[in-house]
Design a protein around this ligand. Structure first.
Ligand code: NAP
Length: 281
């Protein structure tokens, strides 16, 4: 089998066109959606992510504010900035880029963001709402994955979905969204015995571990949909995912590439969440 590609760049373009239209409609009413992004420290990777988010806002009619602080910023100073943005009527979404420096408690910072501006969907209230099937914000990466499945009209209901990775920001919310869409869900973590036993039974396989080539072609059920969330560097420094892409292409019916798969969708769904926050406001 030669898998078809779910093109995250192409799908992003379609969704962003719709976002830009709806943002323009709000703008006409003097209610332009606004996103504030806070970055603390000098991580090169974080700077690239943040730059891409700001650029996507600018290109799609979303007002953005970028606040960059030195690594020496204290937790109290950061909390004060978050509180100020909570009360800024031009800002509908607040994103604090993770990871934060070790001296800052990221849980405390996330909990300080007003739940109705928590466009990452990481606030404990939003995690609870998601868990109980009444999401206010869906975390951007899992939300993007669901959009990708929608885009190929995949019948999620009744399918067996296996999520490899159980982080609070990807794996767990991903499993919850798949469950709510009617899938039977298995979640694997680093302690899972015989990972291949589980992945080989997946109709939908979502891999989010940060471990290059953790899933190889022989671990994939023929005809499965394989969504690779991972972002790693290969020996040549090239961006790659968690799945052996060539191996997956031989066995799966659909695969997502890295780069050009889930990555652009994550940013796109951040725009969607910001837009929806402004529309609700
Ligand atoms: P994380 O917080 O480090 O969590 C990794 C998860 O993978 C953990 O649950 C861990 O299990 C599990 N895991 C590790 N080794 C495993 C193994 N051998 N078998 C099964 N599970 C294993 O990472 P994350 O934040 O979820 O991110 C995961 C990857 O996705 C990273 O590469 C990250 O860069 C990427 N990512 C991409 C996007 C995007 O937009 N494309 C967005 C977010 C993240 P334990 O719970 O047992 O430790």
């Amino acid at each position: 089998m030669s898998a078809k590609i779910i093109d995250g760049n192409q799908l992003s373009k379609q969704v962003r066109t719709e976002v830009a239209k709806r943002a323009a409609a709000l703008n006409v009413q003097g209610r332009q959606p606004g996103l504030a992004v806070i970055l603390v420290g000098d991580s090169q990777a974080s700077q690239v992510y943040v730059r891409n988010k700001i650029k996507a806002c600018e290109e799609n009619g979303i007002h953005s504010v970028f606040e960059k602080y030195d690594v020496s910023m204290t937790e109290a100073e950061l909390l004060a900035r978050v509180h100020a943005l909570n009360h800024d009527s031009k800002i509908h979404g607040i994103l604090v880029q993770l990871p934060l420096p070790a001296h800052i408690d990221s849980h405390k910072v996330i909990e300080a963001i007003a739940a109705e501006k928590d466009v990452d969907g990481f606030h404990i209230s939003n995690a609870g709402l998601l868990m109980t099937g009444q999401p206010l914000f869906r975390p951007c990466t899992p939300y993007g994955v669901m959009k990708m499945l929608d885009s190929i009209d995949y019948p999620v209901r009744g399918a067996h979905a296996v999520v490899v990775g159980a982080s609070n920001i990807v794996g767990k919310p991903q499993a919850m969204l798949l469950l709510q869409a009617g899938a039977t869900v298995t979640i694997c973590n680093s302690k899972t015995r015989d990972l291949g036993h589980h992945t080989r039974d997946a109709d939908i396989l979502v891999v989010a571990t940060g471990k290059r080539n953790i899933v190889t072609g022989d671990m994939i059920k023929p005809g499965a949909v394989v969504i690779d969330v991972g972002m790693n560097r290969d020996d040549a420094g090239k961006l790659c995912g968690d799945v052996d892409y060539a191996g997956a292409c031989d066995v799966a019916s659909w695969v997502t590439p890295v780069p050009g798969g889930v990555g652009p969708m994550t940013i796109t769904m951040l725009l969607v969440n910001t837009l929806e926050a402004a529309e609700r406001n």
